[in-house]
Ligand binder design. Structure first.
Ligand code: ADP
Ligand code: 5GP
Length: 186
């Protein structure tokens, strides 16, 4: 699975969605894995494009039916990686990019130990907070939860996360170039 499966993780607001959206179109053989979540859609988010939005009951059914490669409760909601899509894409010879929280990545590694891990870091805690607020998609309570969780997520990622690459997302163009260089490897 080396260079076939890529797992990106970051504290919320570090910019991994922005980075992913910027470069993925340049790689026709790479598809983005759409996760299932119980989180409410943000303005502009479309079911089946950004996430598969599920009720708690629907999500728990997916867990029971063994439909997920991994799942985790993140910032108070369930998030998980549907199995069918990844298996289907690998059969078609595609490569797959995942966006997983740092704890979910550890469970993912149990199924696909050779996936390439990419940790995206914000330039500073202050900038992370600025970006979360600047995004304008979350309530103050949600922002506080995400900032509170960011520290332990990054501590965990650096000590136990097994990320092969770290990208500091200060300058977007440079960070995008680093991501491109990683995805170009086959
Ligand atoms: P994530 O997916 O990691 O939660 P987003 O991609 O939604 O983060 O980015 C959070 C906010 O930060 C967005 O408003 C985005 O436009 C902004 N952002 C992302 N990367 C940069 C960057 N390098 N410099 C400045 N702002 C950025
Ligand atoms: P957001 O709500 O900002 O879209 O995502 C919140 C967090 O959930 C991010 O850290 C993101 O990486 C994580 N996440 C998204 N999809 C999945 C998934 O399928 N599994 C796991 N474990 N985490 C996910």
């Amino acid at each position: 699975m080396k260079n076939k499966l890529f797992v990106m993780s970051a504290a919320s607001g570090a910019g991994k969605t922005t980075l992913k959206d910027k470069v993925i179109g340049e790689f026709p053989d790479i598809v983005y894995s759409i996760s299932a979540t119980t989180r409410q859609p943000r303005a502009g988010e479309v079911d089946g494009v950004h996430y598969f939005f599920k009720t708690k009951e629907e999500f728990e059914k997916l867990i029971k039916e063994d439909g997920l490669i991994e799942w985790n409760e993140v910032h108070g909601n369930y998030y998980g990686t549907p199995k069918f899509f990844v298996e289907d894409m690998l059969r078609q010879g595609k490569r797959v990019l995942f966006d997983l929280d740092v704890f979910g990545k550890v469970n993912f590694d149990k199924v696909y130990p050779d996936a390439t891990g990419i940790l995206i870091l914000p330039p500073s805690e202050e900038e992370l907070e600025r970006r979360l607020r600047g995004r304008g998609t979350d309530s103050e309570e949600v922002i506080q939860t995400r900032l509170h969780n960011a520290k332990k997520e990054m501590e965990f990622a650096k000590t136990k996360g097994k990320y092969e690459y770290t990208i500091v997302n200060d300058d977007l163009e440079r960070a995008a170039d680093e991501l491109r260089a990683i995805l170009r490897q086959k």
